[in-house]
Every structure is written in structure tokens, then in C-alpha cells.
Design a protein. Sequence first.
Length: 307
Amino acid sequence: MAAEPILSNNQNFFSRLRRNPLPHCANSGCAGRRHAWRNLWQRHGGVYLYTSWYCSPQCLEQALQEKFAARNHAALPVAPTCHRIPLGLMLLSRGQLDNRQLRAALEAQRAHGGRLGGWLEKLGYATEQQVTAALGMQWACPVLPILSAAQLPYARMAPSHLLRHFRMWPVRFVEQTRMLYIAFSDKVDYCALQAVGHILDCGTDPCLTPPGAMRTALERLEREKFTNEFLFVAENGPAEMAHIASGYILKLGARSVRMVFCGEYVWLRLQAERGHTDLLFHIPLATATSLPHLGADATQWAVRTLA
Ligand SMILES: [Zn+2]
């Protein structure tokens, strides 16, 4: 099965955890034995946030809050890269488009928005395959013409919400090289690509697929149940995010946590012995710029479960 390489790594992690004595708490202000939870939690092994170990939910919550606050600026969307050959010029140079057609498509894009490739298709100047092939050259990526239902186990390696948001679809995981291949349509989102690699602790490599193939693949997700991912709209700051995250860590008995900032999202993967759970905090753009100034006692949360 596709997810096994990731799971086997976690199994190794838990067997190491059982063999080794407990390390020192990474929270410099750790209250030690005064924590009511400390002894209970220590018996279960505490929690690792990357390589730092925390003895109690309070210590972990404090560390999470600091990380959320310190990296808050990274919640802003990544600026698009502009150094690639424009799609229109690419099709023009391949003789698949003439100047009049390109001007008409650019005017439609200026007037109504959207992507140039979409307008070229709508106006009948280029096929979806031609646009995707040109995008493949533009992004220097291989093109995968179709996506298969057999890839669903790979898709399940990442939260369905992020797959839909970034329009991406993991297509293959190679265990020997620990490399996950991820298809995108329209454009490669390197922020999302790196985030998946970071959370799964593996390499990632992009490819492109036509928007129609991506649409069909993502529609498959609608028929699937995802009981291990939760989405929160984060409007009130790092303290509340950390409080919610540590609550889930405690409730699920998670032993290790990884987190990454990805566009307007913060993605946490909580790893427990029986499997993983993903927490996603969506930080609206207007909120992201003001988060550090919000108080720790903010309580207004819009919580939505994806399950
Ligand atoms: Zn501690």
C-alpha cells in the first residue's frame, strides 16, 4: 500500500520512543512537577515537536504559540514567480497560435480575469492538451494526461482540503527514494509542494495534468470520508490556535507533531500510535497581517469539521 512507507517510519519512531528514556523538556520555563498533567503525560511519553520534547500539554501549547507567532508573517500568500516564458509566447513560438488569437485571449483575460490558458480553450484557439503541454514546458515538468482512481491511497497522504485548494494530486510514492510525485493543473505551487514534503518527511517532485483530469480526480474526494482532518478558521491569534492544537494532541494521544506554513494555511500533522490526524488553520489574509497584536484571551472561533 502507498501509505506504508510513511507508517513504517512512524512505527520505528514509536519503538525508539519506548526503548529510550525520557529527555528533558524543551520549554525553558517548564514548571516541572508542579504540572498536574506532567506525570500522567510522561507515562505516555510526552510529545515531540520535531526533535524538541515537551513534558506536558502546557509546555507544548506555549511552544506552539511561540512558533505560530514567530512565523506569522509566513502565512501571507507567496508572490507568484514571474520569470517564466509567458504561455502565449510559448504557444506562439510553437505555431499553435497566431498574434490575432493571442491578442483576443489577452483582452478577454483583462476584461474578465481568469487564466490565459482557460480563455484560449474557451475561444477555441487551443485545446486543453496543447495548453497543458505548453504549461509543462513553461514549468519544465512532465505532463501526465490522466489521473487514476488507483492513486487515491497516495492522495490520502495529504489533507483533502489542501488538495482541493491548491488543485494538486499526489500520483506516486517511491519508497526506495522516499519521493512523492504530485500533479498540479494550471501552475505548480512550490509552497504547497514543499509543505507536503516537509510534513511527510520526503522529497517531492511536480508534474502537470490537464484541468479536466484534475477536476475528475478531485471529484473522487467528494465520495470519500476523511475523518482525520479538521479545518479551523483562525481569526483570533496564535494563543487560541495553540490552545486548540494542544487540545487535539491531548485528546488523540499524539506523540509527535510536525507543522508547516503554507500560503494562508498552517498545517499540523499529529502522529499517534494508531494513525495521523491533520489540523488546518486557515488564516484569512486581512487577519494574518494583524495576528501578533491580538490578545491571548480571544475566544471567537469559527470551527468546521471536514469529516
Ligand atoms: Zn515541561
